[in-house]
Write a protein that binds this ligand. Sequence first.
Ligand code: ATP
Ligand code: MG
Length: 388
Amino acid sequence: MILIHYHEIALKGKNRVFFEIQLVKNIKQGLDGLYKTVKRLPGRIVVEIKPRVSKDKSRKRLSKIFGVAYFVFADECESTLGEIKKTVLAHLPSNGWQTFKIETKRSYKQFPKTSQETSAIVGAHVLKNFKRRGVSGVRPQVNVKKPDLTCNIEITKDKTYIYSEKIKGAGGLPVGVSGKVAVLLSGGIDSPVAAHRIMKRGSRTVFIHFHSYPQTSKASEEKVKELAKILNDYQFKTRLYLVPFLDIQKEIMTKTLSSYRVILYRRFMFRIAEKIARRERALALATGESVGQVASQTIENINTVNSVAEMPVLRPLISYDKEEIIKEAQNIGTFEISIQPHDDCCTLFIPRNPATRGKLEVAEKEEKELGVDKLVKKCLNEMKVIDL
Ligand code: ATP
Ligand code: MG
């Protein structure tokens, strides 16, 4: 059995059931093929794992389900003192500890002993009867302050659960409870981390990638697909839009001020992304921007770009240092892919002197030279959709 606990969801008052139902749904998808039943009990979710499924496998899958605060692998027995004693003895690992304590919680108040009495009785039973299998090591001792091992007993009306190791979950909120967000996904380090953060807050994400094919290689597309696949493990179903951006870049390059190129690229990206977001019924856009990281990410430029968006643009990494982002990318598993060399659509036509304080009036004036609506429409007509 696996007992799954959540924190934040418990705080959500009337929404609680909605949150729990979403979490159960996600657990079923995440543990697809590994479980027999998933049940919602007060304050926790109980999963019965199929026989012969390794703990490691379920642990790996569960660690990617947002909304899980922690989980434990538990043994289950009838809620009687005799069964509990027997199951605790069998549950305790043979080695690796000397001191222990028993901690009992009881939601089944008709159980004939109090929690404290139960802990004391079971503790005494362990002291008297525990035998290390195969080795004649030291005898166990009780230590309530700093034990090597804490054995928990949770007594409910139906069943009692016994476990000793709490495993930290992914935290956050279950994906699906906070609407949908369209994430601008480049092949770089930052945007996959931003997408991960957005999902952690419970939003389903759809990805939009702008490419300059055939000026850039197909390998860049593969790279983005790889990144999307890794992120898909957190939401199980992902849509990736591949938007051809070369025509727009050429227009910008030939007709506008070179120092405003990157700002104008970004303004087009936001316009197109917002159109896609509306089709997807997404409620916001998200990027991997962080203040001051590169010339295009000064507050002034963020402002000048942002003004084309009507939707909120979420920037979960806005205050992060690059090192912090890299660490997260390593944990998620996107870093190794992100650092593979690729030609990014924006590095391709980067000017030598990009404006660091781009003015909105100038950007708007430059755009007068371009047929903005027509260019946007053309991209939308020619984009490719991939469902993972
Ligand atoms: P990243 O590592 O995410 O590419 P970066 O530090 O390289 O970020 P920029 O290249 O300035 O920063 O991009 C800022 C943000 O704009 C990215 O995080 C991403 O959300 C979006 N973006 C940039 N290029 C693209 C692209 N080709 N397709 C989709 N989104 C992009
Ligand atoms: Mg980039």
